[in-house]
Design a protein around this ligand. Structure first.
Ligand code: SAM
Ligand code: TMP
Length: 406
């Protein structure tokens, strides 16, 4: 029996994805033999309501000098993070002498907005290659993992923070108590800690199982984040749903008793109870839905293969690693995955070893069907490709929440 990383109770397992590789571990042929795999199982804690991986690779295996995910590949996300930054500047009335810390700033997509306004800032980003891109933009970055020790060491140098922000990072970190201890210390008395991550409510409702991969230790809900915050004298004072990454939640936390609590918090907790996020059953039903998607997508891909259709995939996302490896999708089903990220090019997808090629190969290859792995960017991508797809009779294959061709 595995123990909950948050409250140490026994976890109830509800899905097993089998052996999975590092989701962002795009590799060369000569690396196939030594590729790392781990058993990816997910469980629910009945006490604190946290959903979590039962096992996770060491952090250095995922976040390093060759980390393949660069945040700024999406124009939509640039706009989203500008709005996120502006909302923090307004909420905390930030001035040039204020201090903002971003945990996991990647290539600077969000923190650049504070730098541009001359606001005191520090980006914390352990993956050296993406951190270097942020540094080249003039952003102040330390290439370390954020934890309680880093937070303590930051105070003598910079003072305490008016705001600590983070996006799509908190859910990656198993040592959550060290993070929250650090936040509690580093945050000014009237400071806020604002973070967003893919939301368990959306994942359950849409059966978007591919949000589960090695990096995502936790699937947060307001219920579980409130429990965790409470263990560290913090409290959730606001929540705002976001459409990013297939549905995310932004949580605003403050020191307990220091700020007014928005009515959004109680409302969202009620929504979660109505959805059943406080009991195992909703997660078991999720597993049943995922098995239907698996069956339907493999039936479709096998039929297309039999019919001699050309199928390619769009977006070598980390999410696609779970889809290909759990469903058994191979280069026999999909000729290649096209992607705009140069570091992924001319490599193979983790585990399934499907070739990853530059975006330019996409139209040239004259496909019949395109499996949209980057479905969370569907609006941006479909707008870009609409004319080409329509005039050439090419169809998208979607698999969230159901398998469909459009
Ligand atoms: N915030 C960006 C965004 O939303 O696009 C990047 C998200 S990326 C999926 C996760 C980032 O978290 C990676 O750049 C990784 O290096 C970083 N990271 C992982 N553990 C961390 C930690 N303990 N402290 C700070 N950053 C961390
Ligand atoms: P994400 O789902 O983790 O944000 O990753 C998106 C991936 O999709 C990333 O590798 C970049 C790629 N991508 C494209 O190839 N074309 C696009 O238009 C967009 C928005 C993303």
């Amino acid at each position: 029996m595995k123990k909950c990383l948050i409250c140490n109770s026994e976890i109830e397992k509800f899905i097993d994805f089998g052996q999975q590789p590092i989701a962002n571990g795009f590799l060369l042929e000569e690396q196939f033999e030594k590729e790392y795999f781990f058993q990816m199982e997910v469980g629910f804690c009945p006490k604190c309501k946290m959903v979590q991986l039962l096992e996770q690779p060491d952090r250095e295996q995922m976040f390093h000098e060759n980390y393949a995910f660069f945040s700024s590949t999406s124009n939509y996300m640039k706009k989203h993070f500008k709005e996120f930054a502006d909302s923090i500047i307004e909420l905390q009335s930030l001035q040039k002498n204020s201090f903002v810390v971003e945990v996991g700033c990647n290539d600077g997509i969000m923190i650049q907005n504070f730098m541009q306004q001359g606001i005191g800032h520090l980006g914390v980003e352990p993956s050296k290659n993406v951190a270097q891109v942020a540094k080249d933009k003039g952003i102040n970055v330390t290439t370390e993992f954020f934890d309680a020790t880093l937070a303590e060491n930051t105070i003598p140098k910079y003072g305490k923070a008016d705001a600590i922000i983070s996006a799509n990072v908190m859910c990656h970190i198993p040592y959550m108590h060290s993070i929250f201890e650090g936040i509690e210390k580093l945050l000014k008395d009237d400071g806020v800690f604002v973070f967003e991550d893919p939301y368990a409510g959306d994942i359950i409702q849409k059966a978007s199982f591919d949000q589960i991969y090695d990096e995502h230790t936790f699937l947060f809900s307001v219920l579980s984040v409130s429990y965790l915050a409470n263990m560290h004298n913090l409290e959730v004072i606001d929540v705002q749903h976001q459409i990013t990454h297939g549905g995310s939640m932004r949580y605003t936390l403050a020191h307990r008793g220091k700020k007014k609590i928005s009515s959004n918090v109680a409302k969202q907790i009620q929504i979660e109870k109505d959805l059943g996020l406080d009991s195992l059953q909703a997660y078991q039903e999720f597993t049943n839905k995922v098995l239907i998607v698996k069956n339907d997508l493999m039936k479709l891909l096998n039929q297309l293969k039999k019919d001699g259709k050309k199928v390619v995939a769009y977006g070598a996302t980390s999410k696609s690693t779970t889809v290909t490896n759990y469903f058994g999708i191979t280069p026999e089903h999909i000729s290649f995955i096209c992607d705009t990220t140069p570091t992924k090019h001319n490599k193979f997808s983790p585990g399934a070893h499907i070739p990853v090629v530059p975006y330019e190969n996409f139209r040239e290859s004259d496909p019949d069907y395109v499996l949209l792995f980057a479905w969370n960017h569907a609006k941006e991508i479909m707008e870009k490709e609409e004319e080409y797809m329509r005039s050439n009779g090419v169809k998208w294959i979607m698999y969230v929440p159901n398998v469909a061709t459009i």
